[in-house]
Design a protein around this ligand. Sequence first.
Ligand code: DC
Length: 219
Amino acid sequence: MIVCIDGPAGAGKSTAARELARRLGFRFLDTGAMYRAVALAAVEAGLDLADEEELARFAQSQQIELSGDRVILNGQDVTGEIRTTRITSITHYAASNPAVRMQLVQLQRKAAGEDNIVTEGRDQGTVVFPQAECKFFLTASPEERARRRKQDLASRGEVVDYEEILRQQNLRDERDRSRDVGPLIPADDALHVTTDGRTPAEVMAELESIVRQKLVTQT
Ligand code: DC
């Protein structure tokens, strides 16, 4: 079975997808990590990320692997590095590049193979796995998402002003929604789940119960 969890940044997708995969014994696919890894590699190589052709050509030469919880770029563990605010703010160059998206979509389908997976991103239910049996669209208000992001960054030693986080997040949301390729939109058959004011445990319980019901009706 393929379970897709799409939605904007900070809606709680990662936590939910990771935990759901663990509980179900499914593999977890963090597709945002792939876009982040391309951005990191390109900036380290001194590329002009706005040059679409150059970035697409460069991305093809990069080896990106998701190994359990780790993100491996050309053999190096970059799990922490790809989550800094610096990389977060430039990843849109990779995400809005049609040729890079095409490559990563292929990589995501290949990584999924024939396994049971929980996959997380923006376009999983619409573009990458339209045939998925179970699709969720997770949302929360911009303010709640910004609060969570501030806490998340603080736990990793990055202190960033709340207003600045909110401003950057609104900018990213707008870019995510309006890009021509793989935009952030719910699939027609996605179940909408709002996470405002709910604990991760409550959200998890709802998602797990829905997936388990689908698993039963499938067999
Ligand atoms: O989920 P995240 O914050 O790690 O995503 C990082 C960036 O990649 C963000 O700008 C959205 C983009 N992204 C995307 O365009 N498509 C995906 N399937 C996953 C992430």
